[in-house]
Design a protein around this ligand. Structure first.
Ligand SMILES: Cc1cc2nc3c(=O)[nH]c(=O)nc-3n(C[C@H](O)[C@H](O)[C@H](O)COP(=O)(O)OP(=O)(O)OC[C@H]3O[C@@H](n4cnc5c(N)ncnc54)[C@H](O)[C@@H]3O)c2cc1C
Length: 335
């Protein structure tokens, strides 16, 4: 791809792509609405190898996990700051069936499984016990985006401003839409199926609560240090605004109570929209009607795991003309 590229969006997708182009020495400019205005900025940043009620390892996990960890270490090296924190994740079984499912899937889950804990050894009410997942952690997404933003702004590559996404089809220079939820459900990528989902998260202060691991069961509680924990998240498909709601707050406060009997204080309440196309499997490639228009979207609930590896594949396509793998390629949706 000749000439300067434009990336629209500085969430996880746009930021990871910017780093991948930067490390290839490719010219680009990065446009976004402004700091904090993205799902990525409010995300809990959790990277869990095994998620969901069906207890399946994430899609292409080994490959994307290695790439993600390598990438975050590399950017940390450039910026001289830590963003990714490895931390054990204690998955508490929600019921007898989930526990049986774990036993059935033992072999499949073995690479990600640490110690098994009986209920009496769990730090909260957990009659079915729990298991420690290995290999996960937390990305401080806010710091990662802010520090990357400062770096790119100081390098003259980042600008703040609103782009008319609907006019994307008219672009004449290579433009990559990394607009998250705003880039789904309407032109120019309105033909992609989507199931965007709103999520609400609380940050709570819990004096005395141990901070040595993430607790997970129908949601998660992640230690941030200094007695603070991020807890969430809700899922809703009807209201796609980023306004917080009382019902969302109450739902997450109940989740806190399921993890600890200690009293807590809510210090922050935020909401954002997950850009979901096919669960959390991202989509990249060029628009069928304009070969200068590209998309990187659909990170779903797993932006921390998939954004670095998928950004690398898109950068390789843009800079080295390397073919996009079938299971990531937008062509799968083009009739
Ligand atoms: C409540 C919640 C909790 C989550 N927790 C986790 C988690 O623990 N772990 C995990 O891996 N993932 C999590 N996610 C998912 C994760 O946040 C997403 O996968 C990821 O943020 C998507 O990144 P993105 O760059 O595609 O979109 P976004 O982060 O939304 O970025 C979109 C970018 O596009 C820009 N933009 C949009 N419209 C325009 C326009 N018109 N002009 C210019 N710029 C524009 C915005 O400014 C922004 O920079 C969570 C999401 C939510 C909502």
């Amino acid at each position: 791809m000749q000439g300067q590229l434009t990336i629209v969006g500085q969430g996880l997708a746009g930021t990871c792509l910017a780093w991948r182009l930067w490390s290839r020495g490719k010219k680009f400019r990065l446009l976004h609405l402004g700091e904090g205005r993205s799902a990525s900025a409010i995300s809990a940043g959790l990277l869990t190898p095994v998620t969901g009620r069906s207890l399946n390892p994430s899609w292409r996990l080994s490959e994307f996990l290695d790439e993600a960890l390598g990438f975050y270490r590399e950017v940390e090296g450039v910026l001289g700051e830590q963003f990714f924190y490895e931390i054990p994740i204690l998955r508490l079984f929600a019921g007898a069936e989930e526990r049986r499912m774990f036993d059935r899937k033992h072999e499949l889950l073995q690479p990600w499984t640490g110690a098994f804990l009986e209920g009496k050894d769990c730090p909260c009410e957990a009659p079915y016990g729990g298991v420690i997942w290995k290999g996960g952690g937390r990305l401080d997404t806010r710091r990662f985006l802010e520090s990357s933003g400062i770096f790119f702004r100081d390098s003259g590559l980042l600008e703040t401003g609103e782009v008319d996404l609907a006019s994307g089809l008219e672009v004449e220079k290579p433009t990559i839409m990394c607009a998250g939820a705003a880039g789904l459900g309407s032109e120019p990528f309105g033909f992609l199926p989507e199931r965007r989902a709103k999520g609400e998260i609380l940050t709570v202060r819990i004096p005395g609560q141990p901070e040595n691991r993430v607790l997970s069961r129908n949601g998660w509680m992640i230690p941030l240090g200094q007695g603070l924990f991020r807890v969430g998240s809700t899922y809703s498909w009807d209201d796609l605004t980023d306004s917080v709601t009382t019902s969302g707050r109450l739902q997450v406060e109940n989740l806190v109570r399921s993890f600890t009997a200690l009293s807590f204080e809510t210090v922050e309440h935020v909401a954002g929209i997950r850009p979901i196309i096919r669960q959390s499997r991202p989509v990249i490639g060029s628009h069928p009607e304009n070969e200068n228009l590209f998309v990187f979207n659909g990170l779903g609930s797993k932006g921390v795991l998939y954004a670095p590896g998928v950004a690398d594949r898109l950068a390789a396509f843009l800079c080295e003309n390397r073919e996009i793998e079938e299971d990531l390629n937008i062509d799968a949706f083009v009739g």
